[in-house]
Design a protein around this ligand. Structure first.
Ligand SMILES: [Zn+2]
Length: 466
C-alpha cells in the first residue's frame, strides 16, 4: 500500500511538472552571461518558455507553480556551442565518408545531441555537415537536444577542407559523381561563382540558418595544406551575396592571415579558427563588426592524439607545422580582446566529444580567463546566433545566452562559481585520459525553453525526462 501511494505521488508530481506554466527558482546567485560578478541571493521566475521576473525580493507566483530552492547555487545561461558538428561523427573524415551510412550518422547525431544537452549546451551552431532534420525532430519534442542553427553542407572548392572524396574518386564538379558526403548533403564541392551561389541557395532552401565556406586549407582533411588560399575574393563575395539576400551571413574556415583578411574585406561575419589573428585582423574585425571563434585545443600538447590526426601521417605533419605557426594567437587575443565565440569542433563520437568539449572549456578558461570563456559560451555566442537575422533565426521570442527578463528560459543551476572555478560547468584539465562520465554532476538543473531536463538539486520533483 505504502509503495502504491509513493508511486501515485510520483505520478502526480510528474503531471504537475509537465503542466505548470510557472517555475520559480529561489535563492540563487546569478551569472548573467555579461558581467564579471555574481548577483547574490536572487530569485528567478520562469513563465512558459521565457524568464518573466528576476528579483532579490520574494516573487509572487501563480497557484500550481513549481517552486524550487536554489540552495545558494549559481544560476546562469545555458551554454552555447559556437562551432560544432553533430552529424560529423566518425573517427576521421575518411571514416565518415567510407564507413557510415545515413542511418548510422543520423542515430549517432541523435546520441550526440542528447549528450550536448545533458552537458549543459542548450543551443548549438552547427558549422557544417548537417541539414535541418535533427533540429526539426528536437523542436518537435521527438528527441532531446539543443536548439540548432544548421549551416547545411560545407561549401568548398575541389581539393579543399570540404572535399571528402578519396584520391581515386573522379572530379565531383565535372563528372557528376558525388562523394558520400555530397550525396548525404554534408558537403558541396563548388568551384567558381555560379556553383557557390547554387550551393548557398541549396543550403538556404533546405533550412540552413547561415552558410559555411572553406576559404583556407585545414588539418584533418586529405588534400589541402592548411596554408592553402582556397577561395578567391570574388568566390567569397558570391557566398556573401546569397547570404545577404536571405538576411543572413557567411562563416568561413580560415587559418592563414591572407585568407582571414580576404574574408573580412569581402563580407564574412565570422572567422572560424582564425589562428593567425593579430593586430591587423583585430582592427579589420572591429571595423566590420565581425567575430572570431577558435578551438583552443589546437594549442594543446595532446592535439596529435585526436583520432582524425593520429590516423593520418599527413594530418599529423600538418598539425605540427600549424602549431608552430600559430604561437602568437593566444597573446594576440588577450591583447586585442576580439568578439570571441566558444568553439569545440569535435568530429568524433559521443564519448570522444564529451572529453574534448570538457577539455575545450577548461583550455578556454586557462588560456583566456574564466570570464572571457564564460562570455564566449553564453552572450557572445548568442550574438553570433542572432547574425542569422530576423527572417531565418528560428528563435526570436527572446534573447539567448543571457539571464534577463524576457530572455528564453535556457538555464543552468551549477555547483560553485564558474567565474572562479571552471570545473563548476564541467571543465576538465584531462583530455584523453579523463574518466568516462554519464552526465555532468556539477550541473544540477538543466532547463531549455522553460522545460527541466535534469534536476539533481531538489528531491521529490520529477522532471520531464530525467
Ligand atoms: Zn569545424
Amino acid at each position: 500500500m505504502k509503495k502504491l501511494v509513493s508511486v501515485m505521488a510520483a505520478t502526480v508530481a510528474l503531471t504537475i511538472s509537465l503542466s505548470a506554466s510557472q517555475i520559480l527558482i529561489n535563492n540563487v546567485n546569478i551569472f548573467d552571461g555579461k558581467n564579471d560578478k555574481l548577483e547574490m541571493k536572487m530569485n528567478v521566475l520562469v513563465e512558459d518558455n521565457l524568464i518573466k521576473t528576476i528579483s532579490s525580493k520574494a516573487i509572487v507566483h501563480e497557484k500550481g507553480a513549481i517552486v524550487l530552492d536554489g540552495k545558494g547555487k549559481t544560476l546562469m545561461p545555458g551554454l552555447i556551442e559556437g562551432h560544432g558538428h553533430l552529424q560529423m561523427n566518425g573517427t576521421s573524415l575518411a571514416d565518415i565518408e567510407n564507413n557510415r551510412g545515413w542511418e548510422e550518422l543520423a542515430v549517432r547525431s541523435v546520441a550526440k545531441a542528447k549528450m550536448a544537452l545533458m552537458s549543459g549546451f542548450t543551443s548549438w551552431r552547427d558549422m557544417g555537415g548537417m541539414g535541418i532534420g535533427l533540429k526539426k525532430s528536437i523542436d518537435a519534442g521527438l528527441v532531446e537536444g539543443p536548439r540548432i542553427y544548421p549551416s547545411g553542407a560545407f561549401i568548398g572548392p575541389t581539393g579543399s577542407h570540404a572535399d571528402f572524396r578519396n584520391y581515386t574518386t573522379p572530379n565531383e564538379t565535372v563528372n557528376d559523381i558525388q562523394s558520400a558526403g555530397g550525396r548525404l548533403g554534408m558537403t558541396f564541392t563548388a568551384d567558381g561563382v555560379d556553383m557557390i551561389k547554387t550551393g548557398a541557395r541549396q543550403n538556404f532552401m533546405q533550412g540552413a540558418t547561415q552558410i559555411k565556406i572553406m576559404s583556407s586549407g585545414g588539418v584533418a582533411s586529405a588534400f589541402d595544406p592548411w596554408q592553402l588560399d582556397a577561395y578567391s575574393a570574388e568566390e567569397i563575395r558570391a557566398a556573401v551575396e546569397i547570404a545577404d539576400a536571405y538576411g543572413s551571413y557567411v562563416g568561413s574556415h580560415a587559418y592563414s592571415k591572407k585568407s582571414i583578411i580576404r574574408c573580412l574585406e569581402n563580407g564574412v561575419k565570422t572567422i572560424e579558427h582564425g589562428f593567425m589573428f593579430d593586430g591587423d585582423v583585430a582592427k579589420l574585425m572591429e571595423e566590420k563588426g565581425a567575430y572570431i571563434t577558435t578551438n583552443m585545443h589546437a594549442f594543446s600538447p595532446y592535439l596529435g592524439e585526436i583520432e582524425a590526426i593520429k590516423s593520418s601521417p599527413a594530418s599529423a605533419r600538418k598539425a605540427a607545422s600549424a602549431q608552430k605557426a600559430f604561437v602568437n594567437y593566444i597573446e594576440n587575443v588577450k591583447k586585442y580582446q576580439p568578439k570571441f565565440g566558444f568553439h569545440s569542433d569535435c568530429v568524433g563520437g559521443v564519448e570522444s566529444c564529451k572529453k574534448q568539449t570538457d577539455h575545450e572549456i577548461y583550455l578556454s578558461a586557462k588560456f583566456l580567463g574564466n570570464f572571457f570563456a564564460l562570455k564566449s559560451l553564453t552572450s557572445v555566442n548568442a550574438e553570433i546566433l542572432a547574425l542569422s537575422g530576423d527572417v531565418l533565426n528560428p528563435y526570436i521570442d527572446g534573447k539567448l545566452g543571457v539571464i534577463e527578463e524576457g530572455a528564453y528560459a535556457d538555464i543552468l543551476v551549477v555547483d560553485g562559481n564558474p567565474l572562479k572555478d571552471i570545473t563548476a560547468i564541467g571543465g576538465n584539465y584531462k583530455w584523453f585520459d579523463a574518466e568516462p562520465r554519464d552526465g555532468v554532476k556539477v550541473l544540477r538543473i538543466i532547463m531549455k525553453d522553460g522545460k527541466i531536463y535534469k534536476n539533481s538539486l531538489t528531491k521529490g520533483m520529477k522532471t520531464n525526462l530525467h
